[in-house]
Design a protein around this ligand. Structure first.
Ligand SMILES: Nc1ncnc2c1ncn2[C@@H]1O[C@H](COP(=O)(O)OP(=O)(O)OP(=O)(O)O)[C@@H](O)[C@H]1O
Ligand SMILES: [Mg+2]
Length: 655
């Protein structure tokens, strides 16, 4: 990775650009403010879009998701996939759960009963639940600053209630006829008192303002995290009598003497994030479930308080299992929509997570990672999350590759789809992204190094496993075994490929030629045709020995060769029809076969160059060229290139 910014010649530019965007941000912000009486609101704001003014929080969130989707996704993408865009910025490999979250809001916005159930994200530790909540909160903040997302509230109301709630019961039918929408809810005790006291009931004069969702100013976003359950007080959620004010006002039942500081009020009109919700007292849980179901809360002094907000709760598996053990909780579960958020199961997605975490961490800023470090760490992580496949001929490494979308010998695509749908509990256990990232940072800080190789990574992870006090011996052994698998089945292949390519600069070209030769021979063999030699014009039968020697590299059996060849030809035809060249990159297994073929053909050359104990000048020169190429073309640095070369030499010696 390149250190940031050093080569920006005009270093003042980023500053001024930043200041510019700051000031345009604040201009925008100011311009959008609006304040007026309820009468003006009805006359000037509502008619333009009555439906938007009457939105519930679920509808608002659904609109927000679509708004982000429309900005980010391709125009013709399906709606539900667009609506995931907000989350896909930062969450990888969990598309399916994201789809469920989006579906929840879609259904709730359409008035389905699911909106009356609490949304609970259930997943293993550091699996992205909080991140999902954060993205949603940031998404709401941003949306509320746009025209489409403009929100208005009774000015001064601690619940920032919808001004349309001011319309008295007797006039609601008429309002409906005129604007075509229902009034969304009821006035709070605070607002009722306010309208009477300050305006003698003349609600038309009540002040209304545009509001902007903001977590830091507790507007439209509330967060509640349980601390010690024995001291947790329901007042944190719904407020309590403010004794100082009672002394002033003299009446405990006066809404002005209530402290409206609870999280449910902060969240009004937006979202209430409940962290580790199952840790809260049952009393809290009932209150929250009732609030989702009935849209109101009951506190001692007042009649029911109408509240419009969405609860987004999360919890981890351990807590969930504990919760399930109590019989009385079953009824509560019925009132939740539980969405499982497992870890990613494709190592490519997992690798993107690490890439994101690493590029954001100062500790990594000046550290070079060899090109396989993150992928290898990901392979290890996914191995710990998978269950052993039952099917014959399939091992866990193959399964892992199938999950990453690679084609694997002897496993038809339909089987891959079936495997996916059976994954069930997979991804709910295993190593977390945090564990891996911590292992890497430890290796970096401890080694005080500026370059980390794949082998060093494996050692670092091994170290972390062995020093982990929470794991028993059996568990540790299983994970260390996964490290071995990751090295043998993945890293060895990857690094050999790199060294190999670097040794032979024209590798890609030769590989492509070989692929074309293979295709020609296969076609001839399938059609029982003769092959014509382009130079001599002589004909001969297809070169079966060549075909087999390629196929054997990836263990295509004699009985399986026919179907393998047909499949390759079919793919080549498809490519041909769409006007593309059939490339090695489009067929993972062919690529592997051909690379192996070329590799073995040249193994001896490689051996000679890299393994002489005292290389002569000529050999030394050759090595340094390879090393250089690894650096310039394959993402290595000096240190990791050297390591890779000597590692591959050892591998060769063992073959
Ligand atoms: N699927 C994912 N895609 C992108 N980043 C992820 C993913 N899963 C986890 N992360 C990253 O891992 C870190 C931990 O995730 P997060 O805090 O969101 O997990 P959590 O599910 O809330 O965990 P906990 O149960 O421990 O609270 C975050 O930095 C997050 O960005
Ligand atoms: Mg969390």
């Amino acid at each position: 990775m390149r250190p940031l910014s050093d080569d920006d010649s005009d270093s003042s530019k980023p500053h001024s650009a930043f200041i510019e965007s700051l000031s345009s941000f604040s201009r925008l912000h100011r311009a959008q403010r609006w304040e007026g009486t309820f009468g003006e609101f009805l006359a000037n704001i509502v008619p333009a879009n009555p439906a938007a003014m009457a939105r519930t929080s679920h509808e608002y969130i659904w609109d927000m998701l679509r708004w982000h989707g429309n900005r980010a996704a391709a125009v013709d993408a399906p709606e539900s996939s667009k609506a995931r865009e907000l989350f896909k910025r930062e969450l990888f490999g969990i598309d399916e759960p994201l789809g469920r979250v989006v579906d929840y809001f879609k259904a709730a916005a359409a008035g389905s009963d699911v909106g009356r159930r609490l949304l609970l994200l259930l997943g293993p530790p550091s699996g992205g639940k909080s991140t999902l909540a954060i993205l949603m909160k940031r998404g709401l903040e941003e949306f509320s600053r746009t025209d489409e997302g403009a929100l208005y509230a009774i000015k001064g109301s601690p619940l920032r209630e919808n001004p349309l709630n001011l319309i008295p019961a007797g006039l609601r039918a008429e309002f409906r006829d005129r604007y075509g929408v229902d009034t969304p809810g009821e006035l709070s005790p605070w607002a009722r008192d306010f309208v009477e006291r300050e305006f003698e009931g003349d609600f038309v004069r009540v002040p209304v303002e545009r509001i902007f969702i903001s977590e830091s100013s507790r507007t439209g976003i509330g967060t509640y995290a349980p601390h010690d359950p024995t001291t947790a007080d329901i007042a944190d959620l719904v407020g309590s009598v403010d004794l100082a004010k009672v002394a002033q006002i003299g009446d405990e039942g006066d809404p002005r003497a209530w402290s409206w500081s609870g999280a449910v009020y902060a969240a009004s009109r937006g979202v209430l994030e409940m962290i580790e919700i199952l840790k809260v007292k049952r009393e809290f849980l009932y209150l929250l479930l009732t609030m989702t179901q009935e849209k109101n809360v009951k506190v001692s002094r007042f009649p029911l308080i109408h509240l419009d907000e969405t609860i987004l709760a999360h919890t981890n598996l351990a807590e969930f299992h504990k919760f399930l053990q109590e019989k009385e909780n079953e009824a509560l579960l019925d009132r939740m929509v539980i969405i499982r958020v497992p870890y990613a199961l494709s190592y490519r997605d997992e690798s993107r997570i690490y890439q994101k975490l690493v590029s954001g961490a100062p500790a990594f800023r000046n550290v070079h990672l060899d090109p396989h470090v993150l992928n290898l760490a990901s392979v290890f992580a996914i191995l710990t999350r998978l269950t052993k496949p039952e099917r014959e001929g399939l091992d866990i490494a193959k399964k892992l590759r199938i999950y990453a979308g690679e084609s694997v010998e002897g496993v038809p695509e339909t089987e891959a789809v079936r495997l996916h749908s059976e994954s069930g509990e997979e991804g709910m256990t295993g190593v977390s992204p945090r564990f891996v990232i911590n292992a890497i940072s430890n290796a970096i800080t401890r080694g005080n190094t500026h370059s980390l190789t794949s082998m060093e990574l494996l050692l670092a992870i091994k170290d972390s496993i062995e020093s982990d006090a929470r794991m028993d011996a059996k568990h540790k052994k299983a994970w260390v075994d996964h490290l071995v698998t990751a090295r043998k089945e993945f890293y060895n292949r990857w690094v050999k490929e790199d060294v190999h390519r670097a040794m032979f600069a024209s590798f890609e070209e030769e590989a492509q030629q070989l692929l074309e030769k293979y295709l020609d021979e296969v076609e001839a063999s399938l059609d029982h045709r003769q092959v014509t030699d382009p130079i001599t014009g002589e004909t001969r039968p297809a070169d079966e020995r060549f075909l087999r020697s390629v196929e054997e590299k990836i263990k295509v059996s004699d009985s399986g060769k026919l179907s393998f060849r047909q499949e390759v030809v079919r793919k080549a035809m498809v490519a041909f029809k769409t006007g593309e060249k059939f490339k090695l990159a489009s067929h993972a297994r062919m690529r592997e076969a051909i690379e192996q073929y070329l590799f073995e053909e040249r193994r001896d050359v490689l051996r000679l160059v890299t393994s002489t104990a005292r290389p002569d000048d000529d050999a030394r020169q050759k090595i340094s060229v390879v090393q250089q190429r690894l650096v310039t073309e394959y993402g290595y640095d000096e240190h990791s290139a050297k390591e890779a070369l000597s590692y591959v030499t050892t591998l060769l010696a063992q073959e």
